[in-house]
Design a protein around this ligand. Structure first.
Ligand SMILES: [Zn+2]
Length: 407
């Protein structure tokens, strides 16, 4: 160990002898099964076990996040991530570095590269055909390239590994196994009517899924499968009239329905409507949901209805609610820049200090896809692909920017 640490040219690595050992390609004895264990610069953890959900594209989605830490003093570029069924050896998803970069958020890094001592998230979305057997667990195969920092002052840019550094130029390993959780719960629609646009929906990086919130030191992705529902009018407009007036939004005050039978856990009321068009300043963990309702729907699942109109909530904690029951009216309270219903399902009663679970709706009809929301945000007709996933859908979750009818 000392010898490796004292190698000339490895000056940058001297502060971390153990890591220098790791990066020199030192291999631990082979396990009985499979390839030798390797010491890696990358530390990877699954934030929460994935739960399968059938989506409107008729594929089973496993949407989950990998928390990735580069605990070494060198730069790491993830060249490949493969999602494996360790039993059959099947590859569920195969991402190259461009694919990894597209679904990653590496603050301070670029593309699929993490500078020394940086971390980030990869927002995975492995899919299987409808009807396929979902594996009991999955594992991951990683391949990565190491680079030395350009200088002690510029650790964000890399140069190729030199022979004198003693650092192996690449690392590859299989691990990071996770069990697969139970499948999505089937729910009734929380709204009535046609042309509901699915804002920040599954399964890409959105404001919802990207909210990897560290609360009391633990990461939670409560909004993983959240949807912001807004309704377009027959001319596919979001509002008619001044953008900053609640009455310009025809769906403001739409009835919000209980998506399942359950017991009301918490009710927050009395928070004022916001002015549409901009987010109110000073939102906190506690005020973000505005007026909201949490309902225990059984099986360790909780439904969350947020941004409701003040004074419109018709239930109180302890009430039993039934599917389709009117809970409240759609509003614009809390961390909201326009009237909408924020809906999600989580694994605990706290709307944000929990993990998001998938759900599917018993029935909806696809009416297209919003391909450009910019005109809609100006009160003009939204740009729509009216051919996207049209027709009836059963027991599926709608996808991001899909337009659906609950009629
Ligand atoms: Zn939302």
């Amino acid at each position: 160990m000392a010898k490796l640490g004292n190698r000339t040219g490895a000056r940058l690595l001297l502060t971390a002898v153990a890591l220098a050992l790791a990066l020199s390609g030192f291999a631990l004895p082979a396990e009985a099964s499979g390839e030798p264990d390797v010491l890696t610069a990358l530390v990877v953890r699954v934030v929460a076990p994935p739960n399968p959900v059938l989506a409107a594209d008729n594929k089973i989605h496993l949407a989950y996040e990998l928390q990735v830490v580069n605990q070494s003093p060198v730069l790491i570029t993830i060249d490949s991530i493969k999602v494996l069924d360790p039993t059959s050896g099947a590859v569920l998803q195969d991402l190259g570095s461009a694919g990894v970069a597209k679904i990653s958020r590496f603050p301070g890094g670029t593309g699929a590269t993490l500078p020394p001592s940086h971390s980030g998230y990869v927002f995975m979305d492995a899919t299987l055909p409808a009807g396929a057997a979902v594996p009991k667990e999955i594992a991951h195969r990683f391949e990565a390239t190491r680079q030395l920092p350009r200088s002690p002052e510029d650790t964000h840019h890399g140069v190729p590994v030199t022979a004198e550094s003693g650092v192996e130029p690449t690392e590859a390993f299989t691990g990071v196994a996770t069990p697969i959780g139970p499948p999505a719960v089937i729910l009734s629609p929380p709204l009535k009517g046609a042309r509901w646009a699915v804002g920040s929906g599954c399964c890409v990086i959105t404001a919802h899924r990207g909210a990897t919130l560290s609360i009391d030191g633990s990461v939670h992705v409560a909004e993983r499968f959240a949807i912001d529902f807004v309704q377009l009018d027959k001319e596919m407009r979001l509002f008619v009239g001044p953008a900053d007036q609640l009455k310009s939004y025809a769906f403001f005050g739409a009835e919000v329905l209980s998506a399942a039978d359950g017991t009301v856990v918490t009710v927050v009321d009395g928070r004022p409507e916001q002015i549409p068009g901009a987010f109110a300043k000073g939102a906190t963990l506690n005020t973000a949901g505005g007026n909201n309702i949490v309902v225990d729907i059984g099986g360790g699942r909780f439904a969350f209805y947020a941004h409701l109109q003040p004074g419109s909530i018709r239930v109180k904690p302890g009430d039993k609610v039934t599917t389709g029951q009117i809970l409240a009216l759609l509003g614009n309270t809390g961390n909201s820049d326009g009237p909408h219903l924020h809906f999600h399902v989580m694994d605990g009663p706290s709307p944000l200090k929990s993990n998001g679970l998938p759900y599917a709706f018993t029935k909806f009809t696809g009416q297209g896809l919003v391909t450009d929301e910019a005109p809609a945000l100006k009160g003009e007709t939204a740009q729509i692909d009216s051919t996207y996933l049209t027709g009836p859908h059963f027991n599926q979750i709608p996808l991001d920017f899909q337009i659906i009818s609950f009629e």
